[in-house]
Design a protein around this ligand. Structure first.
Ligand SMILES: [Ca+2]
Length: 309
């Protein structure tokens, strides 16, 4: 059995669309708990929609976990997923909890923060975990050399990023929301990303139902509990797409799942994806298949959501 005590913390950047679904809040809780256990080193958290409440919601959760220092970057584009229906919990949390932007100010451009964080990282060390549409990563790959680093986006990612772990697509084929919301970004990132990509698909997380323990075991003002409460509107659990993706990004397959590696992912111009069998030079893709019993995975994730260390 692996001994996590002696393993180095995994340097992680999380990229989230926190707001449209509560599992992003759960996933951030999982990551903060793993960081508290010494398993992850959170270099930064990026927000990938135009919602004015996303950064504040992320900062409020960081603050609640005693980590207001974690850098936050945000998408610098207007009108991407900022409709009222996507602000059921991020707005109330940003408006009612303490966080870095309550007195004004704003998170910096995600691309500037990505380039800054990658420039300061060891080669092939960083794990990027994407749990929203891939628009920030598309812009990162498209970035030009600047005063932060002499390499362009693709070369910088090739040098610094060990793995990209993405909640996106359905396997072996289908259509899933994260790819569908910004198909051009999904297609470009999947085609051009220069380091290995592990895909966590719709089918991997849909039946893993978590969150109910928040209502039993955490304080009524816990912002992640609040996110679930506002989003679920009376229901007790939610699918765990983003939570599983974070867990795998930090712990690897960890005995809970296995990876299909003999093939690669193609994304269409409208966001459908399919797995094409056979290896192709330059593409190191895999997708996960759950192996452990649903109840076992749910218990692990629920424990991580609810443990504030
Ligand atoms: Ca998400």
């Amino acid at each position: 059995m692996e001994n996590r005590e002696v393993m180095a913390a995994v340097p992680v950047i999380l990229d989230t669309d926190i707001g449209p679904d509560c599992d992003d809040a759960g996933a951030l809780a999982v990551l903060l708990t793993l960081a508290g256990k010494g398993e992850a080193d959170i270099l930064g958290v990026m927000h990938c929609t135009s919602s004015p409440w996303g950064s504040g919601c992320i900062s409020a959760i960081h603050t609640y976990y005693g980590r207001p220092d974690i850098p936050i970057g945000t998408l610098q584009e207007e009108h991407f997923l900022d409709e009222e229906m996507y602000q059921r919990y991020n707005r109330p949390i940003a408006e009612n909890y303490p966080h870095a932007y309550r007195q004004g100010g704003a998170a910096e451009d995600a691309i500037v923060l990505y380039r800054k964080l990658l420039a300061a990282s060891d080669d092939e060390s960083v794990v990027i975990i994407g749990i929203g549409p891939l628009v920030n990563l598309y812009r990162l790959l498209s970035s030009a050399p600047d005063e932060l680093h002499p390499l362009d986006g693709i070369a910088l990612v090739r040098q610094k990023v060990k793995t990209l772990v993405v909640m996106g697509g359905a396997y072996p084929s289908g259509k899933e929301w994260n790819f569908e919301m910004h198909p051009a970004a999904a297609k470009y990132v999947v085609e051009q990303w220069p380091s290995p990509i592990i895909f966590s698909g719709y089918e991997a997380g849909v039946d893993i139902q978590t969150g109910s323990r928040l209502f039993r075991d955490t304080a009524a003002d816990h912002p992640v509990r609040k996110a679930y409460e506002l989003f679920l509107d009376g229901r007790q659990t939610r699918s765990s797409w983003d939570l599983i993706t974070v867990l795998i990004g930090v712990r690897g397959l960890c005995g809970l799942c296995e990876a299909e590696q003999n093939g690669w992912v193609e994304v269409s111009a409208t966001g459908e994806n399919r797995w094409i069998e056979g290896r192709v030079p330059g593409k190191t893709h895999s997708y996960i298949k759950m192996k452990a019993a649903k109840a076992e995975i749910e218990a692990i994730l629920d424990e991580l959501i609810c443990t504030k260390n």
